[in-house]
Design a protein. Structure first.
Ligand SMILES: [Zn+2]
Length: 274
């Protein structure tokens, strides 16, 4: 699944590819991707619209057009490709045609989503109160330390599960949470409300460090993520604990366990249960 850094990479590449381009036609091969309007309304609304900007909220892309916001989530396998006259793949579900090229939303698993909102009905900030963004917590770059601490203090789940909960803090997937807990020296099974505010600050600082590094390297390619242009992330070469055998701090063997059903890597020596 593309995580926050990969979505950031997709956003940056898409901006280069499509900003300023005008949609002349749209072909919809699988309409269940479109969630809050009909296939017909989606087409009629977006034809003749030009792309103005793209921002990211958690793992959602907010694509701004002349009169609409298109909110896109790639879920497990969604990808955007700028194409020309290449053959259409059976996984190209929505195709936006421009004068000389076309943008394809390709998704082998078909779990991706698109929501459409009209700009004269909703301002950008209103989007955060609407489906699907109303269920997304702020990401580590935007969340307030006190708010995060309050959420963590209120939970008796393992800290790993809390950091994966996109309603509490968005944008940290399985790989990144393992890295954050390793950097913070905290065992993934630590009960969240055993952590004090200094622990939470350390985790939040670690999350920002890990995400910034991943963004600068284009994310990871683990789990078959591939950005449009086929750019492969290089962050997987920098992982400290996730999928590793030996701890880079103490040379102990890295252990693999399951926490909340998710494969979890940690160092018994460097990460303590609080
Ligand atoms: Zn260690």
């Amino acid at each position: 699944m593309p995580e926050l850094p990969e979505v950031e990479t997709v956003k940056n590449i898409l901006k280069i590819d499509i900003i300023g381009k005008k949609i002349l036609d749209i072909k919809i091969n699988y309409n269940k991707i479109i969630k809050n309007v009909s296939e017909e309304e989606f087409r009629n609304s977006l034809i003749n619209q030009s792309f103005i900007d793209i921002t990211r909220h958690g793992k959602y892309l907010i694509i701004e057009l002349d009169d609409y916001y298109l909110i896109s989530h790639l879920r497990m396998e969604g990808k955007y490709f700028l194409m020309h006259d290449e053959e259409i793949s059976k996984h190209d579900h929505i195709i936006f045609y421009f004068k000389d090229s076309n943008l394809r939303y390709n998704d082998t698993r078909k779990f991706g989503t698109m929501h459409l909102y009209k700009k004269d009905e909703y301002k950008y900030d209103d989007l955060l109160k609407l489906e699907p963004l109303n269920k997304v917590g702020l990401d580590p770059f935007n969340i307030d330390l006190n708010d995060l601490y309050e959420s963590i203090k209120a939970s008796n789940r393992p800290i790993k599960s809390v950091l994966l909960d996109q309603e509490i803090i968005s944008g940290l997937g399985n790989i990144y949470v393992d890295e954050v807990l390793f950097m913070g020296g905290i065992h993934p099974n630590t009960i969240a409300n055993h952590l004090n505010k200094d622990d939470v600050k350390l985790l939040l600082d670690s999350a920002i460090t890990v995400l910034n590094k991943a963004i600068s390297l284009g994310g990871t390619t683990i789990h078959s993520f591939q950005s449009s242009h086929g750019i492969t992330g290089r962050f997987q070469n920098e992982l400290l604990v996730h999928t590793k055998d030996v701890c880079p701090k103490c040379n102990n063997k890295i252990l693999k366990i399951r926490v909340g059903g998710r494969g979890t890597y940690y160092c018994e020596n460097c990460q303590i249960i609080k």
